[in-house]
Design a protein around this ligand. Structure first.
Ligand code: PAF
Length: 298
């Protein structure tokens, strides 16, 4: 595995792969912010299955953090990350500095105008502009055929799919399933911030999402507002939970369902998405439901 820190060397390495192996080698990119866990490992496994050359980037991207967010304290551990990437069989790991990625203040941004204003975009203004800008830069540098992202950040996937389509980028965004701890907690680098009591109470997120999805799968007829109310009442039963949002919307279009809309009647895949703070840690989670109406159209 090659560890590369400069853009120019990365471009040369990818060129070498193409010359030494096959011109049409499939390049798979796994963009990460490091502090890697089983969720990232599953992205790398998928990338290894689907690509000839696997490039993993590790870069805590300052421009996707807002003022007062955790950019400075975001967990970092390069040595541990490198060991994990090596075990996963990546070919190249790209670890640029902030100066390498942003040698001068960014004067160009990639802004996706829809899918970004609600959910996490509402609570974290500018966040998705930072994500789409850095991912575009990584795509331009690596020129991957495939790029792998986890469904825990489902809105990020929806936004990136929109960007790739609108800008005719020659890359396929590959969504990969959420990876959870045995007790249901969705893996996240930020889980390390949780105290043991916060972590225990945070299990309410996966528990409530699974319960509602189970009822829907069993054919229960419920409206969007009933789903939101049920999720909300389960979540607030954990005294440490402070809800940012509980939403029911189509995926990947991210259109909010009307209050009285029956989930069973929706003609698209439906996502139930939550963002909740436990102490200073903001966690997100989601689950998808495929209504029969939507299935009949597939
Ligand atoms: O999902 C993440 O870790 C980040 O948002 C990403 C895609 C690596 C961009 O910095």
């Amino acid at each position: 595995m090659e560890v590369i820190r400069s853009i120019i060397e990365l471009r040369q390495a990818i060129k070498r792969y193409k010359v030494n192996h096959m011109v049409d080698s499939k390049i798979g990119l796994v963009p990460t912010m490091g502090y890697l866990h089983g969720g990232h490992a599953s992205l790398m496994t998928r990338a290894r299955e689907m690509s000839d050359v696997v490039v993993v980037s590790i870069f805590v991207n300052p421009i996707q953090f807002g003022p007062g967010e955790d950019y400075e304290t975001y967990p970092r551990n390069e040595e541990r990350d490198l060991a994990l990437v090596e075990i996963q069989g990546a070919d190249i790991v790209f670890i640029p500095t902030v100066d390498e990625m942003y040698p001068q203040p960014t004067k160009t941004k990639i802004i996706v105008s829809e899918r970004t204003e609600l959910l996490c975009g509402a609570s974290r203004p500018g966040h998705f502009d930072g994500v789409t800008t850095v991912v575009s830069k990584l795509m331009n540098i690596v020129q991957p055929d495939l790029a792998f992202f986890g469904m825990k950040d489902a809105q990020q996937i929806a936004v990136l799919q929109q960007m790739v389509r609108d800008l005719n980028m020659n890359v396929e965004i590959v969504p990969c399933p959420i990876v959870r701890e045995k007790d249901g907690l969705a893996l996240s680098s930020r889980n390390v911030y949780l105290s043991s009591e916060e972590r225990r109470q945070a299990l309410v997120l996966s528990r409530s999402l699974r319960e509602v999805k189970g009822e829907l799968d069993d054919g229960k007829t419920v409206t969007a507002s009933e789903v939101r109310e049920k999720l909300t009442s389960m979540i607030v039963s954990s005294p440490l939970a402070v809800i940012d949002y509980v939403q029911v919307l189509t995926f990947p279009e991210l259109i909010l369902l009307q209050d009285d809309e029956l989930l069973a009647d929706v003609h698209d895949q439906v996502m139930m998405a939550v963002a909740v703070k436990f102490g200073t840690t903001r966690l997100i989670d989601n689950i998808l439901f495929m209504p029969k109406e939507a299935l009949s159209l597939v």
